[in-house]
Design a protein around this ligand. Sequence first.
Ligand SMILES: [Zn+2]
Length: 833
Amino acid sequence: MQRIFLLFLLITSLFSQSQTDLSYYLPQNIEYNPSIPTPKSVIGHHVGEWHITHDKLVEYMKALANASNRITIEDRGKTFEDRPLLLLTITSPKNHQNLKAIQSAHIEATETNSANLENRPIVVYQGFSIHGNEPSGSNAALLAAYYLAAAEGSEIDNLLEHSVILLDPSLNPDGLQRFAYWANSNKNINLNPDPNDREYSEVWPGGRTNHYWFDMNRDWLPVQLPESRARIETFHNWLPNILTDHHEMGTNASFFFQPGIPSRTHPLTPQLNQDLTKGIATYHAKALDKIGSLYYSEESFDDFYYGKGSTFPDINGGIGILFEQASSRGHVQESENGLLTFPFTIKNQFTAVLSTLAAANGMRKDILEYQHNFFKDARNEASKEGKKAIIFGDEKDAAKTYHLAEILKRHRIDFHELKSDFSKDGKKYKKGYSYVVPKNQKNTRLINAMFETRTAFKDSLFYDISAWTFPLAFNLDYTETTMANAGNSVKNLQQLSGGVSSKSEYAYLFEWNEYYSPKLLNAILKKGLRAKVAVKQFKSNGKAYDYGTIMIPAKNQNLSATEIYTFLNDKAQESHIKVDAVSTGLNEGIDLGSRNFKALELPKIALLVGDGITSYDAGEIWHLFDTRYDIIATKLDTKTMKRADLSRYNTIIMVNSSGLSEGNTKKLQSWIKDGGTLVAYKNALKWLNSKKLMTIDFKKNKLIAKNINYEQRSDFRGAQVIGGAIFEAELDRSHPINFGYKNDKLPMFRNSTLFINEDKNSYNNPIQYTKKPLLSGYISEENLDSIRKTVPLKINRVGRGKVIGFTDNTNFRAFWYGTNKLLMNAIFFREEM
Ligand SMILES: [Zn+2]
């Protein structure tokens, strides 16, 4: 018994007990206030002994805030899984008494040409583990909060007097909880560092993402997720001078801090931002040298896409800093650098928290001055714009317009109503369906970053997407105009109020252009009401109705005419759709009884998820259906597909995927032949082609390296990657896949190099890239040559069913509103293609 116990002690003490005591992490030359609760006294274990679960993290932070007059805590909202989004504000007790005034003075310095920088505290936002399975950050947040509450002496007093620290202990509570459950439930008493142990490889989809499997570290600019909304509100309330974002990377790496690769910094970011980042880096280096930890900077990662946490501040007068720690994933893992323990990863993160604060304090005046000048320079640039403005809108889709305006609101960008309807370049801008954004305003640089297109670049490699032009993502008309067209500034943004014009005994019509029209149609079909789609244009009562108009007859339904009216009116209001009551079937063009109105059937959808399927792409569709359209789709796991009765579904969606097992392939094939519709994306098309479930003529791109040496080989290959850019396609609007689009051009997002040759019959190419398709972003010359006139959509009949295949992601990251309708059309109008 005793021997076993001794052995146990020996193994665990190798890399556990001695490392998890507070003395392993904290500076030892100072006193700690004994009245402040230690993490262990609240959470029940040492930091690093177990992975902190989010509920315990919350418990500890609340206990700290209770015990310390340096800390206040606020709950800023809820994640999708109802977890609180906490923020700790940490500063000296004296500053706390004066916090509102400190905040006002801080913001005022970004709005006036002279400001007193002398005695103002610097504002530092420290955020942790936005990727839930990169847990050392949130575990280090326990130590950071404890240290800031409990440390005593002149050094901490000086620090707290001169800084306001916004500590966000978990940027992704749902992901952190999911990962902690995984790592803890697979932990051995006798820690096992073998990388093959189950502890180190999570099951699909892993804890990186949030509830709907989004990478939240891409959402700082689009702000589509509740976690981002809370965070961005704090950001704009405070305009932090420094924002840090603590991550993890591969197990064999060391520790990374920014600057990233200098040539890949976004050109709208001032050089001084990068210089100061480098200055701050010297503090990290010094602190990591002191504890003997290896690190690097400037060789990887970049500051290009403003939707990342470490880059977003750079266009808002702050300095964003990325930290990447080699990950132990579980509790200890073998690595090229020896045994990598979880406590060691936490210690490095904690060290970087303190070195950031030391830098903020040491460089305080320079950094405050930088922010002051950033906004002063921006004001100068803005005033040169004079009365210039950007107008954006869609005369037939108020909802999409509203949702872009909502993003501007979240970023404190001022915009105005349109004074009166206005036309330019053949596009109509309608009041209530368009907004005017003055360029002469505080956040003019952010406006540029959101609206500009860019096709020339210093570098040909990107860590993430190279383009995100918002009006293109939303497929909105936009152009430059002047403030002469502007009405009142919009203070209270409202969505279009929907409803039915009046009760009808004959029929109802609504057009398909509005973003939420699929939500309304789905509700109608789900209620068991009959509805039809017009496959031709017509005029009723003098009003023109476009392709895709939905007609609901008032008679021969399972509800009375009054019940239909009440139901439709409710649902139209919920969906922000205007529905017209009509009293005659006689039209100009097709009449309401025409065969060119096709009966619609409720989609019964299975969305393939699980091993072999890209979780991001599947999550985007799950989120789209569940949160925007109220469409219920079954998340069908590839592992249970074998025993599932597929005849329950008329539509299956397969996003980017490496393919299915032989058994599942056969099952899918016979389901399609029996009349099912498979909607497939990206690499799933390659797989379908190889299994002869589709016939696709892929364009081959032969690439031979000439005059490229060995060292340059990965840059050469990297330059052929389309990390994410925007391309123009031409639409055949009479094809059901394009119903609801008013323009014959559509900007499409693409991050793949799959090119499909056009069909010899032009009617089989309803979506086709134009001759000069690049709208914004990076693409190599070779690929640009390849993409011209290819098609991103292919439809194949298979037996009685069909496969509808897209090479491009139409639902990218919840903010590509402009192409969501392509998927909706594939689902609702599948029988007409
Ligand atoms: Zn990460």
